[in-house]
Design a protein around this ligand. Structure first.
Ligand SMILES: CC(C)(COP(=O)(O)OP(=O)(O)OC[C@H]1O[C@@H](n2cnc3c(N)ncnc32)[C@H](O)[C@@H]1OP(=O)(O)O)[C@@H](O)C(=O)NCCC(=O)NCCS
Length: 206
């Protein structure tokens, strides 16, 4: 499989980021984990500013600090997915929403990319000291629930969402356990960060 990385959005991805959202509209797909990008298709620069505001947000019942990343394929620098990580949960997100929203562009699904997307996010959560990650999904969204289960996600509860008329589920993932148990599987598929120990790096990329 290809190697992937999380990239902080910048101007160089403007065209592909807009194409990423439009691809969802073309096939009528749900959009998730894009940090509000779909509302900024005519103002990408404004979206980048919004992401900076999001990062430094003081938590309250309306907003929480959050980070948004592109999941980028190393071989062609294409955005294949996106993810939004809430660094703190307010009461509302404790109940519904959780820490992470994610998605993969329609033409790149079912290649195992979202598992890499979540693995990279779990590593970021570990860096930030988040020990337990909460995630929600529709019960019939097997791509999402299986992604969580791939990291030992435990189903905590289910409820009927009146608005969507669907059953939603909440999963919990123990961040340290997930990384310890699954790093051998996923490390070979991520592009290591600059400055990482070269010995580790060559070992991981074999
Ligand atoms: C859900 C989503 C992120 C999955 O992305 P993906 O890259 O296709 O997922 P992966 O290829 O990493 O697959 C993860 C697991 O789900 C399974 N899976 C993926 N799509 C599936 C589908 N449509 N039906 C059944 N299983 C599916 C894979 O087989 C894999 O299971 P495994 O670990 O047992 O092999 C993607 O479909 C998407 O972006 N959907 C729209 C947005 C969305 O729903 N986001 C989540 C909101 S909670």
């Amino acid at each position: 499989m290809e190697r992937l990385m999380h990239v902080k959005p910048d101007m160089s991805y403007k065209e592909d980021a807009i194409a990423y959202i439009n691809e969802h509209y073309e096939v009528g797909s749900a959009i998730n984990g894009v940090g509000g990008l779909k509302r900024y298709l005519d103002d990408y620069e404004g979206w980048l500013e919004k992401l900076e505001t999001d990062r430094h947000q003081v938590p309250n019942e309306e907003h929480v600090p959050a980070e948004t990343y592109f999941l980028v394929r190393e071989s062609d620098n294409r955005i294949v997915g996106m993810i939004n990580i809430r660094l703190v949960l307010n009461e509302r997100l404790q109940k519904r929403g959780g820490h992470i929203g994610y998605g993969i562009r329609p033409s790149e699904r079912q290649k195992g990319y979202n598992k890499i997307n979540l693995y990279l996010a779990l590593k970021r959560c570990q860096e930030l000291g988040i020990e337990t990650v909460l995630l929600d999904c529709n019960k019939n969204n097997l791509g999402s629930s299986k992604t969580m289960q791939a990291f030992g996600g435990v189903l905590i509860n289910e409820w009927y969402d009146e608005e969507d008329k669907k059953i939603d589920q909440r999963y919990s993932i123990n961040v340290n356990e997930a990384i310890k148990n699954y790093q051998d599987i996923y490390e070979p598929f991520i592009v290591q960060k600059e400055g990482e120990n070269e010995c580790n790096r060559s070992k991981k990329l074999i």
